[in-house]
Write a protein that binds this ligand. Structure first.
Ligand code: SAM
Length: 301
């Protein structure tokens, strides 16, 4: 949803009233596609701070964004701690914040990262390989009921109890240590390998990935720091692919826009924006994307 992101974020060149150049934070810089477009749009002097918790993504983004020189800074870290990460670079509030949630194709398509059921790999799924708990450790620490709750809540799995039981039985018996074995366990629990044209293990993989990376917790923390992250006139844009993420974003943005007292923020999107048919034709992975945006109002003197 690049065009929609740029329209809502409105990245600019030039300096604000405080003499500082316009700064956008891309909190999920990934391979740098959105960041590149933001830097081009805010040429010649708009700045961008790109954050990601995946060092492999940052290395590729660094190559792609090298031509922008010191207009672009890349930072390794979790956006749950964005204010601290920015403070370490001498920044308080910013003019733009982009959060394009979920996994990148780099992560999904590399079997060694363990995100995908398509190819066999280790039970890893960590976006940040230095974080302590991989998918195997999360399974080992989960009880049947806890895992079933996560499969239902994060994956929308209707037969979550059955899937959790078979997966943990096999794990405890030492028969589940790869993504292929996880996929087989889910198929065995559900008694089929496909549902509605997609692999029946898709929902379990999504749920486990979100659990491993504490994705909803990180988003919640970022949303909580939003009012202090934006300068007056600053905008924040969220793109989500998961109904739980979109729900969090929707409620947080509405809550901020409707707070008692003089309004500090206003919604830029009453309803979530969806990808155009033209975009879906070239990028079917975008079909569940939803974009929401908010703006901090300029201070009245
Ligand atoms: C959908 S991709 C972003 C793609 C990017 N917009 C681009 O144009 O290439 C999401 C990225 O967000 C990162 N990510 C997810 N949760 C994060 C978090 N809590 N903190 C920092 N990065 C995170 C992932 O590692 C992944 O690289």
């Amino acid at each position: 949803m690049l065009d929609e992101v740029l329209a809502q974020l409105d990245p600019r060149s030039g300096r604000g009233e405080d003499g500082e150049s316009h700064v956008v934070v891309d909190a999920t810089v990934g391979l740098g596609g959105h960041a590149e477009a933001i830097l081009e749009r805010s040429s010649p002097d708009g700045r961008l701070v790109g954050v990601d918790r995946d060092p492999a993504a940052l290395a590729l983004a660094a190559e792609r964004l090298a031509r922008f020189g010191d207009r672009c800074v890349l930072v390794h870290g979790d956006f749950a701690e964005l204010r601290t990460l920015l403070a370490a670079h001498g920044l308080g509030a910013v003019d733009g914040l982009l959060c394009d949630l979920g996994v990148s194709s780099l992560q999904l398509d590399d079997p060694a990262r363990g995100f995908s059921w398509r190819a066999d790999g280790p039970l890893d799924m960590r976006m940040d390989p230095s974080s302590p708990r991989d998918a195997a450790a999360v399974l080992d620490a989960s009880g049947d009921r806890e895992l079933a709750e996560a499969l239902a809540r994060l994956g929308g799995e209707r037969f979550a109890g059955r899937v959790a039981r078979v997966v943990l039985e096999r794990r405890r018996a030492g028969r589940l240590s790869t993504t292929g074995a996880l996929r087989d366990a889910v198929h065995a629990a559900l008694g089929r390998s496909r549902a509605g044209g997609i692999d029946a293990a898709t929902r379990a993989f999504q749920a486990l990935r979100m659990l491993v990376n504490r994705e909803l917790e990180a988003l919640d923390a970022l949303l909580g720091s939003l009012p202090d992250l934006l300068r007056p006139g600053g905008r924040a844009v969220f793109v989500s692919f998961h109904s739980g993420e979109d729900r969090l974003v929707k409620h947080a943005l509405r809550g901020l826009a409707q707070r008692d007292g003089p309004p500090r923020l206003r919604l830029l999107t009453r309803r979530a924006l969806r990808p155009s048919d033209a975009e879906l034709a070239v990028n079917p992975r975008a079909r569940s994307a939803k974009l929401r945006a908010i703006e901090r109002l300029a201070e009245v003197a």
